[in-house]
Design a protein around this ligand. Structure first.
Ligand SMILES: Cc1cc2nc3c(=O)[nH]c(=O)nc-3n(C[C@H](O)[C@H](O)[C@H](O)COP(=O)(O)O)c2cc1C
Length: 183
């Protein structure tokens, strides 16, 4: 970023503009955040995911996954996730605290699946075995139905950190709140 934004409102707007872009642009540095979840026994899990959509109006992020993945199991027990984004271009880190709902059916899921099933990624959701399950010599299970799942993450707040030559800046950003923090 060339100009150093000063006003909280400008920074907030720029964050959501970049997030929205990342949902559209596969080359954006925020396209592939790390999503951390917690399992029923308190263990922490983290993995890279693709950000599919970010909407400032509803304060939501969307991710696609397989219904049988560990993260979906984690979310069934503890419907919370933290997304971590880093952009070298912006010198910005975001730690986005969210509550996450999982969706396997309904008009929105159907509309997305109708597109995904035409793409090379369709196989990701049609595997007869669950992600992470041990591979055994190929069983010819027919690919009858998909396990496509939409994760809708409702943003609670964003911990924004800017690394800068003139000093670092940090803030806790709620939908209608702003608190400057010691970086
Ligand atoms: C660049 C990249 C993008 C990925 N995107 C996704 C994704 O959008 N959804 C997903 O479920 N897994 C994605 N994965 C795979 C996950 O990181 C992870 O390996 C898999 O989902 C199983 O995680 P889990 O067992 O914790 O559920 C991606 C991996 C990489 C390296």
């Amino acid at each position: 970023m060339k100009t150093r934004l000063v006003e909280p409102q400008e920074i907030r707007q720029q964050i959501w503009k970049e997030l929205a872009r990342a949902g559209q642009d596969r080359h954006h540095e925020w396209r592939t955040p790390v999503l951390a979840t917690s399992s029923f026994d308190g263990a922490v899990n983290a993995r890279t995911v693709v950000l599919r959509e970010a909407d400032a109006g509803t304060q939501t992020l969307k991710v696609f996954t397989d219904a049988r993945s560990s993260k979906v199991n984690d979310l069934a027990h503890q419907p919370c996730g933290v997304f971590v984004f880093w952009s070298k271009r912006l010198s910005w880190q975001l730690r986005v605290r969210t509550t996450i709902t999982t969706h396997t059916q309904g008009p929105e899921v159907q509309a997305i699946w109708d597109k995904v099933k035409q793409s090379a990624a369709a196989g990701d959701y049609l595997s007869p075995t669950a992600p992470g399950s041990v591979l055994t010599p190929a069983e010819h299970t027919p690919f009858l139905h998909h396990h496509f799942t939409l994760l809708r993450a409702q943003v609670l707040d964003i911990d924004w950190l800017e690394l800068g030559r003139e000093g670092h800046r940090r803030a806790k950003i709620g939908e209608n709140a702003w608190e400057w923090l010691t970086p």
